[in-house]
Design a protein around this ligand. Structure first.
Ligand code: AMP
Ligand code: MG
Length: 320
């Protein structure tokens, strides 16, 4: 028994030696990095998915899994493993706002019917404390909304300080479905790209971190998903016969997406195209994009504006 304890202790010692050694190695690696000329940072999900100069949507394989080499199970495990960090960062963002901070995050999710927007809401956004999230799903505008400029309802739905706002569809519908069906005169929707860029620029100036995600599926995958909705009685509620009419306009929608990606992926509010034929990958990718942007805010816990020791002493002395 004693011997076993000894070995355990010895192992513990060895392990801690390993840790210090690893830490030292890391330190010296960091030091080397710092002393050398700027070294390329590790590639990020954002780098892999960002829409840059010369981007062509048709060249993105909807079944591909950029920035991730693992299989479905590994993807699901990675998604679950990142929950805790996402929770902490969200709480820090919220805590910052309680201390007077104004920063907030806006995640915009777009994609064709059945591209998995709902799954993102459930599996990625759904894992965050609901008190820290403001989710808005944009449908065809109501009579009231139609009386106002297209950004009116969007402005009203923007997240407050400390919140993570999530748009399931967005102002981009006003250059998608509206463009494909000429719901307003072309001269009007054509002006909207520039209007959207100015609008988003003003949001970024106002401490909003914008993450715009397009879930990119193939027409074959949409056919399979619509087929599943028709086959399963528990999915009939999700099926909308109008989705089949929209499907006929596939090429027009792809073109409309190509144009908005080109025109509205800006330096300060870029678009990210997420291949979405594999649901597990799309969920992981959106979660990781959200995480990377939150990490980029360098959030910390607000420092107490009271004397902690004094309060501890008071608590200890309290007789209740
Ligand atoms: P769903 O997301 O499946 O509930 O469908 C919402 C519907 O609202 C889609 O058919 C969108 O194209 C439509 N929609 C959303 N925003 C707009 C808009 N600005 N103008 C017209 N239709 C819109
Ligand atoms: Mg739908």
């Amino acid at each position: 028994m004693a011997k076993k304890k000894d070995t355990k202790a010895a192992k513990k010692k060895k392990d801690s030696a390993k840790v210090t050694k690893a830490a030292r190695k890391k330190d010296s690696a960091n030091a080397a990095k710092a002393s050398k000329a700027p070294e390329a940072a590790a590639p990020t999900w954002a780098d892999a998915l960002r829409v840059g100069e010369g981007f062509t949507l048709a060249d993105v394989d909807p079944r591909s899994t950029p920035a991730f080499a693992g299989d479905k199970q590994a993807g699901k495990d990675a998604l679950a493993a990142a929950d805790a960090e996402l929770d902490t960062l969200q709480e820090q963002l919220y805590a910052e706002s309680r201390a007077g901070g104004r920063r907030r995050v806006l995640l915009v999710v777009q994609g064709m019917d059945t591209s998995g927007k709902g799954g993102i809401m459930r599996h990625v956004v759904g894992s965050v404390d609901p008190q820290g999230v403001e989710l808005t799903a944009f449908k065809a505008p109501s009579a009231e909304e139609k009386k106002h400029p297209f950004l009116w309802r969007i402005r009203r739905a923007l997240p407050g300080p400390g919140m993570i706002g999530v748009f399931d569809r967005s102002h981009y519908e006003d250059v998608l479905v509206v463009r494909v069906h000429d719901l307003v005169p072309p001269a009007q929707w054509k002006r909207r790209y520039a209007t959207i860029n100015r609008f988003e620029e003003s949001l970024v100036d106002d401490d909003v971190t914008i993450i715009k995600v397009m879930l990119h599926i193939s027409p074959q995958e949409q056919k399979a998903r619509l087929g599943e909705r028709l086959e399963r009685p528990d999915k009939h509620w999700k099926f909308n016969p109008r989705d089949l009419d929209e499907r006929e306009h596939w090429a027009d929608y792809q073109e409309a997406y190509q144009v908005l990606l080109e025109r509205c992926s800006t330096e300060r509010a870029p678009w990210f195209v997420v291949p979405a034929d594999r649901k597990w990958y799309a969920r992981l990718a959106v979660q990781q994009l959200l995480l990377e942007h939150l990490r980029g805010l360098d959030l910390t816990w607000p420092v107490a504006d009271f004397d902690v020791e004094e309060q501890q002493a008071r608590l200890a002395a309290s007789e209740v």
